[in-house]
Every structure is written in C-alpha cells, then in structure tokens.
Design a protein around this ligand. Structure first.
Ligand code: MG
Length: 257
C-alpha cells in the first residue's frame, strides 16, 4: 500500500531531508585522497546526531555504518571502514536521517582529485537521469513513466541502469511501497501504480559503465558491478504534489548535491 502523507508528516520529512542533505554535503566536502570511508561515516554521524536525528541506515538489517560508502566499481551498500580514498577514485555517499519518526534518503557521487572525461560524464548522466525521471513525478503519471524516462536518458548516453536494486517509497519506514525501478521491465509501460499528491518516493538511479549486472560480495552488503566497471549513484527524496514535485532532501539554504 502506498501511504499518502499528511502535512505534519511532510514537515517532519522536510526536516529529516534537510539533515540528510547536510550530512551528504559534509561528506562531499571532505572527500579527497587520503581520507578513509570510516572518517566520512563519522562526519555524517556527527551532523545527523547534532540535529537530534538518527542515521537511518545504522543497524538497519544489521548494517554497521551511518552511511553507505561505495568506491569505484562498488555500486551501493559499501561498508565504511579502513579503506583510504585514492586520487582518481569516485565515491558514492548514500545517507539517510530519521527525525521524529520520518526518514529522508539521498545519495551523490563525488570525485577525489582528477577523473577522466568519461567518468565525469558517468557522474553527470547519473545525476541528470534523476532529473529526467522527476519530470514525471507528478499526480496522474505512473511510476513506470519515471522508470522509462530515467532509463531512456541513460541508454541514450551509453550507460546502464542497475536492475536488481531500485528506488522506493519512503516515510515512517526507510523503504515503503512503491518500488521505483530505474528501468522499464517488458509489459510495464502503462501499468503499475499511479502517483498522487502526498506520496513520497526516493528516486535513485544507479548507473554502470559496462553492464547492468551486479553481484553482492561475501560481506553480505557491498554490491559491485559484475564486470568491474565504474558505477555512479544519485538520489533524492521527492514529494508528489498536485503541481511541481518537491525535493525534500534540500538544505535550509535551498541547495542540494
Ligand atoms: Mg534509497
């Protein structure tokens, strides 16, 4: 069942979203060669708890970090630890905050030092594919309209959307209905849930250079590209309204990654 949020629930999600964005921003500003993924995790923890919120991911299904920190061919769910970021790495920060019982969830990809032109393109296409999708995050459209737009833009630019992991509804639970795939499965066009004002969804394209296929490592969490190619991730929590969609993972200054 897809939950419609009340104005009070939406206000709490806005608070949670602002905190998640500030944690994302703090990590983004710290990313440079030499920093460890654990140090990034600690920075996010300080920001989130400093606002009286809790990291959504910490302890979720036993996850040991406050953020997911995934480097290079790691797609999502990287566990923060001793790994040192190197020059030319790309680092995905995925962070959630829960405030007064409601979650905000967002992610972005950052470069450490100089990266190739194609890797820059990967990061830009991933981010833009979110914006192609959000054009359809409006009352009356279907989830599958978002999926189709995200995928079409990505394919046109020569990259691949991951299929085994998808975006999701978000609210009092980190993961709620509906699923928000980044690809259009056969027969799904014109089917599936319609969007309505008050729904809140996390749209989160995960884009690979070489293949949509991924594998999960023996740590039970880290997801990598099957072929070892690079991957980028971008996500915001979005409120459906009767008019323009509203991104909830924005700072008080109106900015977001
Ligand atoms: Mg998410």
């Amino acid at each position: 069942m897809i939950k419609i949020k009340s104005p009070q629930e939406i206000r709490r999600m806005q608070e949670a979203g602002a905190i998640a964005e500030l944690a994302r921003r703090a990590c983004g500003e710290l990313i440079q060669p030499g920093i460890t993924t654990k140090e990034l995790d600690q920075a996010a923890y300080r920001v989130i708890t400093g606002f009286g919120a809790k990291p959504s991911f910490l302890g979720y299904g036993g996850f040991p970090g406050s953020i997911c920190c995934s480097v290079n061919d790691e797609v999502i769910h990287g566990i923060p630890g001793k790994r040192k970021i190197k020059e030319g790495d790309i680092v995905k920060i995925d962070v959630g905050a829960v405030y007064m019982g409601y979650h905000g969830d967002c992610a972005a990809t950052y470069a450490a030092g100089v990266i190739s032109e194609n890797t820059q393109k990967l990061i830009q296409v991933t981010r833009q594919s979110f914006y192609e999708g959000i054009k359809y995050a409006r009352e009356g459209y279907r989830i599958s309209d978002i999926s189709r737009a995200v995928e079409a833009y990505t394919v046109r630019n020569g990259f691949y959307q991951v299929r085994d992991y998808v975006g999701h509804g978000v609210g009092s639970a980190l993961h709620e209905d509906p699923e928000v795939p980044n690809f259009l499965a056969p027969g799904r066009a014109g089917h599936g849930p319609r969007l309505a004002a008050g729904m809140t969804i996390a749209i989160e394209p995960m884009v690979n250079v070489g293949t949509f296929e991924v594998k999960c490592l023996s740590d039970g969490w880290t997801v990598k590209t099957a072929d070892g190619s690079l991957s980028a991730h971008y996500e915001n929590t979005v409120l459906i309204t009767k008019d323009e969609p509203i991104i909830l993972t924005v700072g008080k200054d109106g900015r977001h990654a």
